[in-house]
Design a protein around this ligand. Structure first.
Ligand SMILES: Nc1ncnc2c1ncn2[C@@H]1O[C@H](COP(=O)(O)OP(=O)(O)OP(=O)(O)O)[C@@H](O)[C@H]1O
Ligand SMILES: Nc1ncnc2c1ncn2[C@@H]1O[C@H](COP(=O)(O)OP(=O)(O)OP(=O)(O)O)[C@@H](O)[C@H]1O
Length: 577
């Protein structure tokens, strides 16, 4: 159905092709997952299927791409629209109408479908994607995940025979992602739809794939194969596969269920190690107590020795150092209520974040996470209650002053980037932040090596753009750092680099709040998880306590090794070492 014959794509001005020797075929009625590190060229391949490469992006495409027999070089995207439905990484840029219902109908209208068919399909899709309550809403007022659902719905309604999806679940909460993937699988199985989908969060999608197309590195030819075989050689793998590799399981499991079936031995080994460690800990504690007793005895002996006269209070023993005054909260939210248009987006929200603490804000799409972050940077005003950041009231603090207290990396990093080149963006960030020239650029290099100074931020891949936005915010080293879905578009390596950076910032005393659907990231980084539902806090506690008890928010390792309480592969590896 989709065929690439020795395809290479070279963007204008690029010294080398971005992808080369791309040669594969996706048969009708298969779901093929496109995986690979950030910048490897996944979006380039997807855009070549829909014809956006090279008709809209420019550059040169060599070789031949055909979709349902049509050559994309001779057929413009418009002429492929009846066969191919595309959802890009940035849904906002695709919307053509104002309201949810209109957007769902638009594609069908352009194809001239009869009104009664359109009506039926709009209703079906509203139900299928949980959008019925939002049908009359202006799209601009929807949360990020709600917009992503509309974008997916709008390509489903015309029933195209080919779907090309670039990270379709990146803004979705875990349950919504499962629902969307189940819908796609139904289309593939029941209607014979062909799906080519790129996704970084493999833990969500790999079990749905018939085949995996792996782009191992920028410019390296892709490899198409069965999921388990491809995962065995892939540089990017989900935690379930990483755990399988660590435990030496073969064939590698791709689902939590498969892994659980094999995990009895691993659980037993971890239990033994746990008991050994517990015994060592008890021994250490006994030794510590012994030393303390000896120390106390020595102190008593010393105190009893004849001593020169001293003020009486000296004999009362060593006084504890004066308790440090409690550090002020980096963020303090009390009884906060926020309205957004007719929607009560937050109600009775209490939240404190201390310096050095990393808090993950989680919860369904539309639960109010972005609204809470927006309140902390003064972008929305409380209807009632109070918000303080480093003692200041954000919406009454001038931006130049606020930037030194709090920085937000928004869900759409484009909102933060204005300059024509990476270098100019970084120079402006250093100036705004009063940071030493080169600060922001050094951060970009550290997080994402290999991005050239003169690249236009528009031409960066999604993951690269997010990293640039993060570096722009970090240049001011704000004591409170807020990140809205920071792992959208990031591969596992970029995520690991981000985790190291954020851990370092937390260790330096920065307070960090992440709004995220990425349960693996929360498990890795957060000290605390705060769960929101319909604008209210429904749980607030240590990460392990909150996520372990939730089937939606538990990471893969937790599910595989339950009832033991492990969160990440790194913890398991450390325990086994
Ligand atoms: N229109 C363009 N003009 C010039 N260079 C581009 C353009 N689009 C993409 N690139 C470059 O091509 C490379 C591959 O980008 P692409 O978006 O295809 O990667 P990707 O694998 O989808 O990355 P990600 O997973 O981060 O989205 C990147 O280095 C990017 O900067
Ligand atoms: N300008 C607006 N007008 C009306 N309603 C709005 C507006 N902005 C947001 N909302 C609504 O407020 C609620 C909270 O939105 P918010 O963006 O805070 O959710 P979220 O938890 O960040 O969601 P997501 O996980 O999808 O990003 C949603 O129901 C959203 O539709």
């Amino acid at each position: 159905m989709i065929r690439f014959e020795d395809v290479s794509v070279t963007y204008d001005g690029a010294p080398e092709p971005t992808v080369r020797q791309v040669d594969f075929e996706v048969p009708e009625g298969e779901l093929v997952l496109l995986v690979g590190p950030s910048g490897a060229g996944k979006s380039t391949i997807l855009n070549a299927v829909s014809g956006l490469v090279p008709h809209f992006t420019g550059g040169t495409l060599r070789g031949r791409v055909t979709v349902a027999g049509r050559d994309t070089r001779t057929h413009k995207p418009r002429e492929l629209a009846d066969v191919v439905g595309t959802v890009g990484q940035d849904p906002l840029s695709h919307f053509v109408t104002d309201t949810v219902e209109d957007e769902l109908a638009y594609g069908m209208e352009s194809l001239g479908l009869p009104p009664q068919v359109m009506r039926r399909r709009v209703e079906e899709t509203l139900d299928l994607l949980g959008l019925a309550a939002l049908r009359h809403r202006p799209i601009a007022t929807l949360s990020g995940g709600q917009q992503q659902r509309v974008a997916i719905g709008s390509v489903l309604t015309p029933h195209p025979s080919v779907l090309v999806l670039d990270e379709p679940t990146s803004a979705l909460d875990p349950a919504a992602a499962e629902e969307v993937l189940a819908v796609l699988q139904r289309l593939v199985h029941d209607l014979g739809t062909t799906v080519l989908m790129a996704e970084h969060r493999l833990e969500r999608v790999v079990q749905y794939a018939d085949q995996v197309l792996l782009l191992p590195a920028p410019g390296a030819p892709p490899v198409l194969g069965a999921p388990a075989g491809t995962m065995a050689v892939s540089p990017v793998v989900p935690p379930v596969v990483e755990l399988g590799r660590l435990a030496g399981w073969s064939p590698l499991p791709l689902t939590v269920r498969d892994a659980r079936r094999r995990a009895a031995d691993l659980r037993a080994r971890l239990q033994d190690k746990d008991q050994e460690k517990e015994k060592e800990k008890e021994k250490d504690e006994e030794q510590d107590e012994e030393q303390e007793r000896e120390g106390a005895a020595a102190a008593v002996a010393a105190a009893c020795e004849p001593v020169p006269p001293r003020p009486r209070r000296w004999f009362r023993g060593r006084r504890p150092a004066p308790a440090a005054p409690p550090a002020p909260y980096a963020a303090e939210v009390r009884s906060l209520a926020v309205r957004r248009g007719p929607v009560r987006a937050l109600r009775h929200v209490d939240l404190t974040v201390s310096p050095g603490e990393t808090v993950a804000l989680m919860g369904r799409n539309g639960a109010g996470k972005s609204t809470l972050l927006s309140s902390l940077v003064g972008l929305v005003e409380p209807a009632s209650g109070s918000v303080r950041v480093g003692g200041a009231v954000p919406h009454r603090t001038p931006p130049r002053e606020l930037v030194r207290r709090v920085g937000l990396v928004p869900q759409e990093p484009r909102d933060l980037l204005y300059a024509d080149t990476v270098a100019a963006e970084c120079a402006a960030a250093d100036e705004d932040a009063g940071a030493a020239p080169g600060t922001c650029r050094a951060l970009v290099t550290r997080l994402l090596p290999g991005v050239a100074d003169d690249t236009h931020p528009r031409d960066l891949s999604e993951g690269q753009r997010l990293t640039l936005a993060l570096a722009v915010v970090l240049a001011a080293r704000p004591p409170l750092l807020l990140l809205d879905e920071p792992t959208r578009g990031l591969d596992y390596a970029a995520k690991a680099r981000l985790a190291v950076l954020l851990r370092g910032l937390a260790a330096d005393g920065h307070a960090i709040v992440l709004a995220t659907h990425d349960v693996e990231l929360a498990a890795e980084l957060a000290h605390r998880v705060v769960l929101l539902a319909e604008g209210e806090v429904i749980a607030d506690g240590p990460t392990a306590d909150v996520v372990v008890s939730s089937p939606s928010f538990a990471p893969q390792v937790t599910k595989i090794l339950a009832p033991q309480r492990w969160l990440t592969v790194a913890q398991v590896a450390e325990a086994l070492a």
